[in-house]
Design a protein around this ligand. Structure first.
Ligand code: ATP
Ligand code: MG
Length: 215
């Protein structure tokens, strides 16, 4: 510590004191607001979260919540509606290190390239069976439906049936849906809707998808 304290540190700087006082008041006001909204949130139930938008961060956010739930020993089910050629790190980790997490992926019947609508629908339908079973089982605290929105967008799954299963899930169960779009009915149903905005993406600057970051 230098021998000579600044005026503000000595408390003899009237401007510094004023600033500190203003900061304290602003923080008190902020705390009162936060406390009031915490007190107002009195409903206790599972939450339906939609992570949408064109930016990067939807699935990885969902898997962040999987970690949160696991930290409390909760039962987690994950259903992925699009299976990439490359397994992502979180899939590898769940498969190899977390046998307590039930993970289902859409079979090889589905790819963007098959252009075989009936095969895609059959694959979507088979994958949905896992999701609908989990959504009806109060044993699951958290169900992740990764990339589900595309199944609705392409009408591979019946929207009304999907929305009904989400709406009628056990009251203590939380559900996370990821994927671009999703439609207004889904957005209305979900309790929390976050849109990840694409401001910039490394790939567009020619940077290769990175292990541990992009997959
Ligand atoms: P992540 O899994 O990284 O959270 P995401 O779920 O938001 O991404 P997806 O559309 O599922 O996005 O695509 C996953 C892959 O595509 C990731 O490798 C991600 O970096 C990449 N990606 C996501 N958004 C963009 C974008 N706007 N431009 C280019 N690549 C993207
Ligand atoms: Mg994703």
């Amino acid at each position: 510590m230098s021998e000579q304290l600044h005026d503000s540190e000595q408390g003899t700087d009237p401007q510094g004191d004023h600033k500190a006082e203003r900061h304290k008041k602003a923080m008190q006001k902020q705390k009162a607001k936060v406390d009031a909204s915490i007190a107002a949130a009195s409903t206790e139930r599972g939450v339906a979260v939609l992570l949408t938008g064109n930016g990067k961060g939807k699935s990885s956010s969902a898997f962040g919540m999987v970690l949160r739930a696991l930290g409390y020993g909760q039962k987690v089910g994950v259903v992925q509606f699009i299976k990439g050629a490359q397994l992502s790190g979180e899939e590898l980790y769940l498969k190899n290190q977390c046998p307590q997490v039930e993970l289902h992926q859409m079979g090889t019947g589905f790819t963007w390239n098959t252009q075989d609508r009936s095969a895609d629908i059959a694959a979507a339908e088979a994958t949905w069976q896992h999701a609908s079973r989990m959504l009806a089982d109060p044993g699951y605290d958290l169900v992740v439906l990764d990339e589900l929105t595309y199944m609705l967008g392409y009408q591979y799954l019946d929207e009304a049936r999907v929305l009904q299963a989400i709406a009628q899930r056990p009251s203590e169960q939380s559900v996370i849906v990821t994927g671009r779009g999703g439609g207004t009915a889904l957005q209305e149903l979900m309790d929390t809707v976050s849109e990840v905005k694409d401001l910039k993406h490394a790939f567009k600057a020619g940077i290769k998808a990175r292990q541990g970051v992009d997959y």
